[in-house]
Ligand binder design. Sequence first.
Ligand code: OOG
Ligand code: NI
Length: 267
Amino acid sequence: MELRDLLDRLRRDYAALNPQVDRIDALLAAAGERVVDDHVALRTWADPRCDIDVLARPFVRAGYRAAGAYRFPGKRLVARHFAHDDPALPLVFISELDLGAFSPALQDRVRSLLEQVPEDMFQAPDLCALGRPWRVAHAEVEALRRESEYAAWLAAFGWRANHFTVAVHALVRLGDLARLGEFLKAHGLRLNGEGGEIKGSPAQGLEQSSTLADLVDVEFSDGRFAVPACYYEFARRWPGPDGRLFRGFIEGSADKIFESTDRRLAT
Ligand code: OOG
Ligand code: NI
């Protein structure tokens, strides 16, 4: 499997699920901008059959290297990012939920989802793009949500891109996050205001904003229900003392970016 095919598929499925994606891409194109992907973010369970290392396999095989590790104790999850020497390839940010830190009830619920996954699917090189291989009731998803928004999202959507991120430093006219934010809001899009609409700073090497996830109708075993799906992120990277763009992530900012899929913020 070609890496480009995998990235294209992740992006196509992401745009197909979330109406805001094509809309934002079209708005940026109409403003004369060309969208370059800064990073793609994936979510998974910290189970040895499907953890960060497993999802990262096709990327590592294509030359990506593990580059940074991040902790989010309040959300009981950790993340790593992977980078390729080819600067044209997006960074890959993968997080995993620390199941052992949750109640036995949550662990049982997740176990019953993972029990439905055929053994050979865990080995598939495109596991990160397979979507939701388990049947699940909306009631179960909402029960998970009481302990973890992340668990609810992953149970509802499975393995797919959680978001793509526009490289704002590569934009020509809207290369400033405040200006880009005003542009998006003027077109009716809603930004995640947790911790401020712009997270991070030039001194940290990274400024980030994101939309709030679209509410999307999803088929569950007990009917169709609207749940928050994916968001779009905007990242402006700044050069460090060596003159090269910062290529990592910032825990304090990422912690708030995660909340872009929270049910309480979605409309
Ligand atoms: C990841 C949130 C963090 C970033 O760029 O800091 C993040 C997620 O919501 O899965 O993407
Ligand atoms: Ni991100």
